[in-house]
Design a protein around this ligand. Structure first.
Ligand SMILES: Cc1cc2nc3c(=O)[nH]c(=O)nc-3n(C[C@H](O)[C@H](O)[C@H](O)COP(=O)(O)OP(=O)(O)OC[C@H]3O[C@@H](n4cnc5c(N)ncnc54)[C@H](O)[C@@H]3O)c2cc1C
Ligand code: SF4
Ligand code: SF4
Length: 543
């Protein structure tokens, strides 16, 4: 006999009944597929990760099942679990109760467990071959999903190692090499083929050749070189470009910065990584100069905080006027006050007060003012936009040439790893349909419905488990990872804070119900009704 009932229209999935019931009658339905309502965190994640489901599994200690959830949508979880700017946490409904769930660190915890596993070799079920150009996160994600579907996939990359900006941009102290290597080894073990040191275009294989040999091509070549500015003195000895500087350091090339006074020009994440890196190479002083005012700097707040902790000086609202040299070597840089960065229409158009200038001594100047793509390998049949990205259909990622798809930074402009991963999956779905001559768009133009009334009332406050960092003193002159991971216990504690927004409580073991009515009494939405027999339950049953 079922004694209690749950009204699915009223239940918001807060899970209080699971905690309240002394006989453990309840379980959660986190799929709620027929309602197709996604929690705010999932709607905000560009890869659509189902946090509600996998965090519930972490809470229950079902780590293999949690890995299974990530396998469907987030092939680089140990990477994003370290460096994703986590828009999901900004959207997390728990912000209205106390503090967002630490989704990012939980993702790292599950992601690290995942890459420690031995992968199953993906079974090839199709003869149609797919080529992916670029082994950054977009290309890797696309190859992973296609391999899981059963396609033979070959990834071409011009560099000696796979990973794109994860390998040659992001420094080790944020993303250790061992983590990326394990992640890529996992894809190799699945059966994804890699052809490294193989640029497409130039003297090598052309895109037309690839299109002739493969049934579909995904272009994911990123924005792999620094955008140049024509500032006087840029060719002096001691002037470096941000991306190329990071690439050299990440390739173990000798870069001399010990004892040098360094000025980094730029306020974005690449400039921030350059500043934090050159600091670790033993620079005597690192000063970041950017056009934006302090509150408008585009770098992630977390990285900015770290830079300040580590002694980097941030000098906002200045622009480079000229780099000054003596005997062909940099001795400093002249800066001019920046009074605005955009025009009335919001377009980038910096303005300066030429009356306010200053000179900063420097032995090394690193210019890091943005990235751009090399599009020279594209045939005319693949159209590009005015912003020098590849023009794609926003839903299917197909380019102007059928059978050729593009995604990641090359189509979106410089963005984030998780956006590239999301694009890789969308492209894989399109490529599968293209090969099967199916409609690329059918059923895909549906915006997920967001859970409108996530739990809030009567949710007990529980302090967030914060991500710890190694002490500042331990970071000097080495590339040890700064952020620490969660232990099993911390993960479980933090996963318990997830309110599983929009899931539904189900009475899994009705025969165990003792009619104590605790669930009905404590349910914040009055969704639970216990049998009328409760009237006869002695008062003693109440706590
Ligand atoms: C220094 C730095 C720090 C960053 N930090 C973060 C961060 O903390 N969090 C975050 O989310 N994002 C961060 N990003 C952004 C993120 O790395 C990118 O958005 C992401 O890597 C884009 O992925 P992608 O696959 O489109 O391109 P990429 O990662 O750029 O990969 C493109 C690949 O294509 C290859 N390629 C290029 N041309 C050819 C060709 N003709 N033939 C064959 N191969 C070719 C390249 O060698 C490269 O391997 C950072 C970027 C940089 C540069
Ligand atoms: S990938 Fe980023 S946005 Fe998506 S769930 Fe993970 S941390 Fe959040
Ligand atoms: S409480 Fe959980 S399900 Fe709800 S938005 Fe936050 S992480 Fe997502």
């Amino acid at each position: 006999m079922s004694i209690a009932t749950v009204d699915p229209e009223l239940c918001n999935g807060c899970r209080l009944c699971l905690d309240t019931c002394p006989t453990d009658c309840f379980r959660l339905d986190t799929l709620v597929a027929e309602r197709a309502e996604q929690p705010p965190c999932q709607v905000a994640c560009p890869a659509g990760v189902d946090m509600r489901r996998y965090l519930y599994m972490v809470r229950e200690g079902m780590i293999d099942e949690a890995i299974g959830v990530l396998q469907d949508c987030l092939p680089l979880a140990s990477v994003t679990g370290r460096i994703c700017p986590h828009p999901c946490e900004t959207a997390c409904a728990r912000n209205d109760v106390d503090d967002a769930v630490n989704i990012n660190s939980l993702e790292r915890f599950v992601g690290d467990r995942w890459i420690a596993e031995k992968p199953a070799v993906a079974r090839i079920v199709y003869t149609a071959k797919v080529a992916v150009v670029g082994a950054g996160p977009a290309g890797l994600a696309c190859a992973y999903h296609l391999a899981r579907m059963g396609y033979p996939v070959t990834v071409f990359d011009s560099m000696p190692e796979a990973g794109g900006m994860l390998k040659y941009g992001v420094p080790d102290f944020r993303l250790p090499r061992a983590v990326l290597t394990a992640q890529i080894d996992y894809f190799k073990a699945m059966g994804v083929q890699f052809r490294l040191n193989t640029p497409i275009g130039g003297a090598g294989t052309s895109l037309d050749d690839l299109a002739a040999q493969y049934q579909a091509v995904f272009i994911a070549v990123g924005a792999a070189r620094s955008r140049k500015i024509d500032v006087a003195g840029k060719d002096l000895d001691g002037v470096l470009w941000g991306l190329e500087f990071l690439r050299d350091v990440n390739s173990d090339k000798p870069v001399s910065a010990a004892g040098k006074k360094v000025v980094v020009i730029g306020g974005g994440n690449v400039a921030m990584d350059a500043a934090l890196t050159v600091n670790r190479l033993g620079a005597s002083r690192v000063q970041m100069v950017c056009l934006e005012s302090d509150d408008k700097m585009p770098a992630y707040a977390e990285e900015k905080r770290q830079a300040l902790e580590e002694g980097v000086v941030i000098d906002p609202s200045w622009g480079p006027k000229r780099i000054v040299g003596r005997n062909g070597k940099v001795i400093g840089i002249e800066l001019v006050r920046c009074v605005g960065t955009t025009d009335a229409a919001g377009r980038f158009a910096p303005t300066f007060d030429e009356g306010e200038t200053k000179f900063v001594e420097a032995d090394l100047v690193i210019l890091s003012i943005g990235q751009e793509a090399d599009l020279s390998f594209l045939p005319n049949s693949v159209r590009v936009t005015a912003a020098r990205t590849i023009q794609v259909d926003a839903l299917t990622l197909q380019t102007s040439r059928p059978g050729i798809f593009a995604g990641g930074d090359i189509a979106s402009g410089s963005a984030t790893v998780v956006e590239a991963i999301g694009a890789g999956k969308r492209a894989a779905i399109s490529i599968d349909r293209h090969i099967k001559a199916q409609d690329l768009r059918a059923g895909r133009d549906v915006k997920p419905k967001r859970v409108m009334k996530p739990p809030k009332e009567r949710i007990p406050h529980i302090p967030r488990q914060q991500t710890q960092s190694i002490a500042v003193a331990e970071r000097s002159c080495n590339f040890a990872e700064v952020k620490c991971g969660f232990s099993d216990d911390t993960s479980r504690l933090e996963a318990q804070r997830c309110m599983t927004c929009g899931s539904r409580a189900i009475i899994a073991y009705p025969e165990d119900c003792q009619m104590c009515i605790f669930c009905e009494r404590d349910c914040p939405t009055n969704a639970i009704y216990v049998s009328p027999d409760k009237k006869e339950v002695p008062l003693m049953a109440w706590r």
